[in-house]
Design a protein around this ligand. Structure first.
Ligand code: HEM
Length: 180
């Protein structure tokens, strides 16, 4: 997992739970008290251990923690990569361009970064379907990021995930509908 995600995970835990939660989380998950660097890469297993332990410590399901974290990530990523976002976009346009315009450039400019391959198809003027397939199986994060994008544009979205890797699907399919 790219360091930028882990740096943000720490910021998210500090903001949401405060105190020495992050320190405890590092100890309990067995990753040790290391300092994550935004430009480095770390084993996926560390991020997974941190989130799984956070779930155990807080009693919140992993999927819901990932969603909250995904929502937190979007304004941070937009702040870091504002040049990748076109001013005329709204929520569904943004989602349609995550793979070809955003993740592609992130991969090109950060050789250590390995964002998931997403396929986003506009099925109607107010609906897209995102096919998500990653060995990390973090569709919760993807759904949280969709909500973060909608929040950025002040739009309401309805999400449905009829097929999910965590329920035995070959990939996750996330339908995103806007009110308009
Ligand atoms: C400004 C917008 C975005 C930027 C700059 C961005 C960039 C990144 C980066 C740097 C990573 C970490 C890759 C790694 O750990 O090697 C990542 C992961 C991820 N991104 Fe994006 N992303 C953006 C928007 C989105 C959106 C809108 C979605 C969902 C539709 C999304 C879905 C994901 C997921 C699920 C991961 C976790 C890794 C995985 O599941 O394999 N991203 N992204």
């Amino acid at each position: 997992m790219h360091g930028i995600v882990l740096v943000e995970l720490r910021r998210f835990v500090d903001q949401k739970f405060g105190g020495d939660t992050w320190k405890k989380l590092q100890q309990e998950s067995g990753v040790g008290s290391k300092m994550y660097m935004a430009m480095d890469s770390y084993p996926d297993q560390e991020a997974i251990a941190l989130v799984t332990t956070a779930s155990r410590m807080t009693g919140k399901p992993v999927a819901s923690l990932l969603e909250d974290f995904g929502e937190h990530l979007v304004p941070r990523f937009i702040g870091i990569y504002p040049m990748l976002i076109k001013p005329q976009w709204k929520t569904l346009d943004f989602l349609e361009h995550v793979e070809e315009t955003i993740h592609k450039i992130v991969r090109r400019d950060n050789p250590g970064a390995n964002p998931p391959q997403l396929t986003c198809t506009r099925v109607s003027p107010n609906e897209v379907v995102i096919a998500y397939n990653s060995s990390r199986k973090m569709c919760g994060l993807a759904k949280g990021m969709v909500k973060g994008v909608a929040r950025h544009y002040g739009e309401e979205v309805a999400l449905e995930e009829p097929t999910c890797m965590l329920r035995g699907g070959a990939q996750c399919k996330i339908f995103v509908k806007t009110a308009g």
